[in-house]
Design a protein around this ligand. Sequence first.
Ligand SMILES: [Zn+2]
Length: 108
Amino acid sequence: MNKLTIMESSVQKWNRIIAGERSDGGVIDCPPCRIFYMLVCIGCPIAEYTGHKFCKGSPYGRWHHHQIEAHDKLFKKIYCDECLQLATEMRDFMIEIVEHLKAKQDGK
Ligand SMILES: [Zn+2]
């Protein structure tokens, strides 16, 4: 899998969360984390894009925080309008990175 494919599966993951078909398992089911996390988070396309490791600078922090503060449930999924809003932002951010990687690929 190349980075573009990985980020495309991440877009799909968030689309399914938005559709209410699944929950977010964080590191365990994040396609780039599964390959790049390894406790050090090196080489992940999200980290390269934001310039920060561990998803800092992405909407993920707000999603995670909201899930804990507002719902505190075992499964991180859509419970309210704000969940939907934050998951949509995360999905859109993944799309932004896909577009960025595509542009980089085309430029070569
Ligand atoms: Zn919520």
